[in-house]
Design a protein. Structure first.
Length: 119
């Protein structure tokens, strides 16, 4: 199983970035997917989530209206479009996959990609 994030980097306040997460080794279309982030010295927090079929999304209040999560179940890809970035968005962003089986929860994490918002 692999979740490989990309698209992070340094961006000025007010700028945009698009994160991608390439999934392999599991049936991507059956997993709910999320983006989490962890800033230095802080706990990991949920940024956005999307259900397996893609029809329902949810966002942290801090990113509503600025970030958009999406997925492509044919390409096995997860995305996070981040607009109007602020310094408070600086963090390592992680892709997370979760499937609730009948007896067990299956979940996987990516290795993370650094996003730095600074002038």
């Amino acid at each position: 199983v692999q979740l490989v994030e990309s698209g992070g980097g340094l961006v000025q306040p007010g700028g945009s970035l698009r994160l991608s997460c390439a999934a392999s080794g599991f049936t991507f279309s059956t997993y709910d997917m999320s983006w989490y982030r962890q800033a230095s010295g802080k706990e990991r927090e949920l940024v956005a989530g999307i259900i397996s079929g893609g029809g329902i999304t949810n966002y942290a209040d801090s990113v509503k209206g600025r970030f958009t999560i999406s997925r492509d179940n044919v390409k096995n890809m997860l995305y996070l479009q981040m607009n109007s970035l602020k310094s408070g968005d600086t963090a390592v962003y992680y892709c997370y996959a979760r499937y609730r089986g009948y007896f067990k929860v299956y979940d996987y994490w990516g290795q993370g990609t650094q996003v730095t918002v600074s002038s």
